[in-house]
Design a binder for this molecule. Structure first.
Ligand SMILES: [Zn+2]
Ligand SMILES: [Zn+2]
Length: 325
């Protein structure tokens, strides 16, 4: 057993503002292990994702007490028996969706749907069991198999990906959630092809990563949408070809930008829309001419709450599609 400091959340009904009530408490906790198939990681960088805030607010229910933090990088300190994927001294990215490698979803290559991994996450445990954490003799649960708002983390080896030692930790950490969500959605879920047009609504961590993922995939044109002019500047600096300040005419502007352009390749121009908050992405794809509205489909990775501007964007665009079909 080892002891280290961690940010512990004991309940999700803390009064606002959180700057006064301070729902996370930096406490010394204990950790067992690493057990079979488990790894002790010294956390070197952890970033704050909207999903961490959803733990604090209770939008998503988790067993309590819990240590949040699911976007992080670290250095392997010790490994349990049977660990073969990493060695002490390796730099690793912590991955919030453990993949067992043997369930039907993993065997089909859909590791993000790993059923034992999802079940362990929901229970606040590791893929290999647990919880391994405790505070004053009481069990403390793991957030998405990681609990990275801490000096150390004990995790399943299936929650780690080894990366080059010279990759800066603060960049490596982002690979664990924002990049995986944003670039993964564009390249894997949507399957963006070279030359196609992409519209990204919401230039936070996920949207920025979607933009970079689209550039890497060879997108022909990338249109960034956000209500914050500063984020549109960021989008431009990252390589967006057009930016749209989100407002009442957003949909019209997007349709104008994506119709009648000269970048139509083989009659298969697609307009893409990705809406995201820190917690949410919604992607919309229309086949061919937007105005003619032949067909379209939507992908909604992530989960969100009610009432933010991105949902309005989706409804408007979806309405356009429906009325044009
Ligand atoms: Zn996240
Ligand atoms: Zn699996």
């Amino acid at each position: 057993m080892i002891r280290f400091n961690a940010a512990v959340l004991t309940s999700c009904d803390t009064a606002r503002p959180f700057s006064d009530s301070r729902p996370l408490q930096w406490r010394e906790i204990s950790a067992d292990g690493p057990g079979d198939g488990e790894v002790m990681v010294r956390i070197t960088a952890a970033s704050l994702c909207r999903s961490d805030l959803s733990v604090v607010t209770g939008i998503r229910a988790w067993p309590m007490p819990i240590v949040p933090g699911h976007e992080a990088a670290g250095i392997v300190e010790t490994v349990g028996s049977g660990v073969s994927r990493v060695r002490p001294g390796d730099q690793v990215v912590l991955v919030y969706q453990p993949a067992c490698g043997t369930c039907p979803c993993c065997r089909a290559g859909e590791v993000h749907l790993c059923q034992p991994g999802l079940a362990a996450n929901r229970a606040g445990k590791l893929l290999s069991g647990g919880p391994r954490l405790s505070l004053d003799g009481q069990a403390v649960y793991h957030h998405m198999g990681l609990s990275a708002f801490a000096e150390m983390a004990v995790v399943s080896e299936h929650s780690l990906v080894r990366v080059d030692a010279d990759l800066p930790a603060e960049i490596a950490a982002l690979l664990g959630c924002a990049v995986m969500c944003g670039a993964g959605t564009v390249q894997n879920t949507l399957g963006l092809r070279a030359g196609e047009t992409l519209v990204i609504a919401g230039i936070g961590g996920v949207g920025s990563s979607a933009l970079l993922g689209a550039m890497a995939a060879g997108a022909g044109r990338i249109i960034a949408v956000d209500p914050d002019p500063g984020k549109l500047e960021t989008a431009k600096s990252l390589g967006a070809s057009d930016v749209v300040l989100d407002g009442p005419d957003t949909v019209a502007e997007i349709l104008e930008l994506t119709s009648g352009g000269s970048d139509c390749v083989g009659g298969g121009r697609r307009a893409w829309r990705i809406c995201n908050g820190f917690w949410r992405i919604a992607a919309w794809r229309a086949d061919g001419q937007c105005r003619a509205g032949r067909s379209g489909h939507a992908v909604f990775p992530g989960r969100g709450g009610a009432g933010d501007w991105r949902q309005d964007c989706q409804r408007q665009l979806y309405g356009q599609l429906q009325s044009a079909a």
